[in-house]
Design a protein around this ligand. Structure first.
Ligand SMILES: NC(=O)c1ccc[n+]([C@@H]2O[C@H](COP(=O)([O-])OP(=O)(O)OC[C@H]3O[C@@H](n4cnc5c(N)ncnc54)[C@H](OP(=O)(O)O)[C@@H]3O)[C@@H](O)[C@H]2O)c1
Length: 380
């Protein structure tokens, strides 16, 4: 199963919104075949290993990190459960059930009904983590949201003048681009575009994907000469804005291929599950998340700045944070920290983190954690 999980990870960035799946076929203690789901719309991992194995599959054991799929409306590939039954596989080991409500246990039930011995929940925690994006998206219809920021050791994301290029080391920058490759959408606020003029694309040594760019810009302040509008990328750019966008700017942006999403603004204190309410007058991020989900975007990488990260936190939409901490000190009372906004009043109202991990990346430290919403009332 460990091998299946490792193989599955090779599909990162290529299979969304499908889960990452790897499979291994073993017979008499020997590896018969192995494979993974390589791209969305392509053959599933189980189909790959059965095809490679041919008649050798009869009597073998199949390991797959996600339960095999079944027939359902809108399905693009032949159901794996049928193929497994036809192949004569003897036993099937799965790490987790498919979070897709069309499958969720039905694949396992179909195999068992055909007399195949199925064992589940093997390395379940690792499997859930590997497919955290797919689990969130398939169960809620909203994208998995990661807040990623680079900061100095004294917790600053820019200097007092707004300069932030580059806080992180080349190794961490590469990691940032790997994240862009994995996530289907990337979001920043207009403050970041005005300060840094970023390209918001993926720059890796090997071929990668550019995420769909999403810009939060309620007033339509995006300059027409911004680098992100000059990009040759095939990934689209979405301007999340409001009725305040002028007609002339709208036309100029549409002419440059930008998709315009006019969204409502927050008029009351939604998200007041914490002491610091979401400020009125800002774009409604719940509406945005719903719309991104409906557009098939399963994951959203939020790269800042600190006004935007504060809003996302206050809405309760954030699943995970990644803070890259660089060995430098910036200082300055007005230099921004990763989370801006009003902040909370009392420590007891702090956002709690869980499942924390820490690792070195070049000279930097990568701090990753998940938001712990247990015990909080959802008042949104
Ligand atoms: N070190 C890092 O990792 C990193 C990453 C990114 C940025 N930065 C730095 O951060 C600074 C920019 O941060 P910033 O706080 O000034 O700007 P920001 O967070 O990038 O953008 C904030 C603006 O976005 C718009 N917006 C629209 N809807 C919003 C909503 N629901 N919630 C929040 N904002 C919304 C608002 O402007 P409108 O009302 O006009 O729409 C708001 O003022 C720069 O200095 C940049 O270099 C550092």
């Amino acid at each position: 199963m460990r091998r299946a999980l490792k193989l599955a990870a090779h599909g990162r960035g290529w299979v969304n919104p499908n889960p990452l799946v790897g499979a291994v076929l073993i017979k008499d203690g020997k590896l018969i075949s192995e494979g993974f789901h390589q791209r969305y719309g392509g053959p599933h991992a189980e189909a790959v290993v059965l095809e490679k194995a041919g008649s050798e599959a009869r009597g073998a054991d199949l390991y797959a990190n996600v339960e095999p799929c079944v027939s359902h409306p809108g399905k693009r590939t032949p159901p794996c459960a049928d193929q497994i039954i036809q192949s004569g596989v003897r036993r099937v080991f799965v790490a987790m059930r498919d979070p897709d409500t069309h499958v969720n246990g039905r694949g396992i039930a179909q195999l068992r009904a055909a007399g195949i011995d199925v064992q589940e929940s093997i390395l379940a925690a690792e499997a859930q983590k590997l497919n955290e994006i797919s689990v969130k998206y398939k169960t809620t219809g909203k994208p998995f949201v990661l807040l990623k920021m680079a900061m100095s050791a004294d917790g600053k994301i820019a200097t007092r003048t707004g300069n932030s290029k580059y806080i992180s080391s080349p190794d961490s920058l590469r990691y940032a681009h790997e994240l862009r490759d994995r996530y289907t959408a990337l979001l920043v606020g207009i403050g970041t575009v005005l300060a840094d003029d970023p390209q918001l694309n993926t720059r890796l040594d090997c071929p990668g994907h550019d995420p769909v760019r999403v810009l939060l810009d309620a007033q339509g302040r995006l300059p027409l000469e911004a680098k992100l509008l000059q990009s040759k990328s095939s990934a689209k750019t979405i301007l999340a804005t409001t009725d305040a966008l002028s007609k002339a700017k709208e036309e100029a942006l549409l002419h440059r291929g930008v998709e315009i999403w006019k969204l409502p603004i927050v008029t009351n204190n939604i998200g007041a599950q914490h002491a610091a309410p979401l400020q009125s007058g800002q774009i409604d991020l719940h509406e945005l998340a719903d719309r991104l989900g409906k557009a098939g975007l399963d994951s959203l990488l939020v790269e800042g700045g600190s006004t935007v990260t504060a809003s996302f936190l206050q809405t309760g939409l954030v699943d995970k944070i990644t803070f890259v901490i660089a060995p430098m000190l910036i200082g300055g009372q007005t230099a921004p920290s990763p989370i801006g906004g009003l902040g909370i009043e009392k420590i007891e109202d702090a956002f709690r983190l869980k499942d924390i991990s820490l690792r070195a990346l070049g000279q930097d430290i990568v701090y990753e954690a998940y938001l712990d919403y247990t015990g909080l009332e959802d008042s949104s």
